[in-house]
Structure formats: C-alpha cells, structure tokens
Design a protein around this ligand. Structure first.
Ligand SMILES: N[C@@H](CCC(=O)N[C@@H](CS)C(=O)NCC(=O)O)C(=O)O
Length: 142
C-alpha cells in the first residue's frame, strides 16, 4: 500500500490528499510533526519536507511531482484535461497558486487576471476541483 508522509496543516500535503481522495486511492498516512521531525524523514527527502509518498521502498517527494505521478499512475478519474493547452493552463494555475500559498505576491495581479477570466477558469480543472474541495473543507486547516 502507498504511504503518505503527511502533516495535517500543510497545504502541499493537502493537495496530495485531495488527489488521492478524488482517485479513491487507499493509503496509509504517517503524520510528521514538523516542529520535531524524525531524523529518518531526511532519508525519504533530503530537504526533510513533506509530503513524501512511498510504495515498496520507492520514495517520491515534492507535491506537484507527486500529483503528476498519481495522475499518470491512477488515470481515472482524470483530473487534468485531455487537451494539452488546457493541461498547460491547469499547470499554470497550479504554479500561480503555489506562489500564492507560499506567500509570494509578485504574480498576484497576473493570478487575479487569470482567475477572473471565465474562459481560463472554465478550462482549468485544477481551479474547479480545488475550489470544490475547499468548500468541502478538505484541507483540514482548523
Ligand atoms: N515544494 C515542496 C514544499 C513542501 C513544504 O514546504 N512542506 C512544508 C510543510 S507545509 C515542510 O515540510 N516544511 C518543513 C521545512 O521546511 O523544514 C512541495 O511542494 O512538496
């Protein structure tokens, strides 16, 4: 079974949990206390950060890479559009949201412009499922 090294309040972990939930993938979560990280987490990820997934001794850090891996490994239901241009827009939205989550405001006006464009929003699956899961309080940020 897949293991997720997880932290409840981490937005990067949350988006991996969302993909796992959408794809109904069974996994074992292992909560990492970020204030008192176990030394062994550095063996999984040299930066010591979560999320990391592991399966049969194979480890993968970095949430965006994990999401892409899960999309390819578990293609149904599809979370990215079939059309390459739409996929690119979804990735662009994701990249901009990463900057936003990271507290970087330098691309905020670009992000606002993109988010306000109904055509871009319609083409960007990431935005729809992220917002839906936000409504469902899937981030466990309480
Ligand atoms: N680029 C990484 C960022 C992951 C990240 O920063 N995780 C935070 C928790 S939200 C962490 O592990 N922080 C511990 C640290 O930076 O030492 C990803 O997308 O997975």
């Amino acid at each position: 079974m897949l293991t997720l090294y997880d932290a409840a309040r981490c937005p990067y972990c949350a988006r991996v949990r969302i993909v796992l939930a959408e794809k109904d993938v069974e996994y074992e979560p292992i909560e990492i206390d970020l204030k008192d990280r176990p030394a062994w987490i550095y063996e999984k990820n040299s930066t010591g950060r979560v999320p990391v997934i592991e399966e049969d001794g194979w480890v993968l850090p970095e949430s965006a890479v994990i999401m892409e891996f899960l999309e390819e490994r578990y293609p149904e239901p599809r979370l990215l559009a079939a059309d390459p241009a739409d996929r690119a827009l979804a990735r662009l939205t994701r990249a901009l949201r990463e900057l936003e989550i990271g507290g970087c405001k330098t691309t905020k006006s670009l992000h606002v412009a993109l988010a306000g464009d109904p055509e871009v929003r319609a083409a960007t699956y990431d935005t729809r499922w992220l917002e839906r899961r936000l409504e469902q309080n899937a981030f466990r940020l309480t």
